[in-house]
Design a protein around this ligand. Structure first.
Ligand code: HEC
Length: 132
């Protein structure tokens, strides 16, 4: 009985990993609609579908809360992960925060935004963040 449960778990894990690797973030970003920074600014302070607000963990200055302050973010996002554009890095930071954990922080960002936000909302947030 126990081994069946373990086998089931293994299949789930393998399936999960397989699904993730099929989604290339650069392709996902190309497929996004055009973002609107003003809407992104509102979304940043809003709870969507019961998710915590971005602003509960991030300031727009350099003050550190649970997450890093986002002053100067647009500039540093382009060079944080080599080979990744600012858009792709930001997309990953929102939908898959564990893909790159900012130095000096723990991997504790809310992980369900990929389910809670639609493509337009993700695009709007990216547009807003890259203006910081
Ligand atoms: C529960 C707290 C929490 C919430 C809520 C949260 N974040 Fe984060 N965020 C973090 C932490 C901690 C990090 C640093 C660790 C990491 O890289 O995952 C981070 C990292 C980031 C980064 C990378 C910053 C950098 O300097 O490279 C971006 C961009 C970001 N978050 C955007 C968002 C957006 C947009 C939202 C809302 C949709 C959000 N976060 C909600 C905690 C949070």
């Amino acid at each position: 009985m126990k081994s069946v449960a373990i086998l089931g778990l293994l299949i789930l894990v393998l399936f999960g990993v397989g699904c993730q690797s099929t989604q290339d973030p650069a392709q996902a970003v190309n497929a996004l609609p055009v973002g609107d920074a003003e809407r992104g600014s509102l979304l940043f302070q809003q709870s969507i579908g019961g998710a915590p607000t971005c602003a509960s963990c991030h300031t727009l200055n350099d003050q550190r809360l649970t997450g890093p302050g986002l002053a100067g973010y647009g500039e540093r996002a382009a060079t944080t992960v080599s080979g990744q554009s600012a858009e792709v890095y930001t997309y990953q930071a929102i939908v898959r925060p564990a893909a790159h954990v900012v130095a000096g922080y723990s991997n504790i960002m809310y992980t369900e935004y990929s389910r809670k936000l639609n493509q337009q909302q993700i695009a709007d947030l990216i547009a807003f963040l890259l203006e910081q």
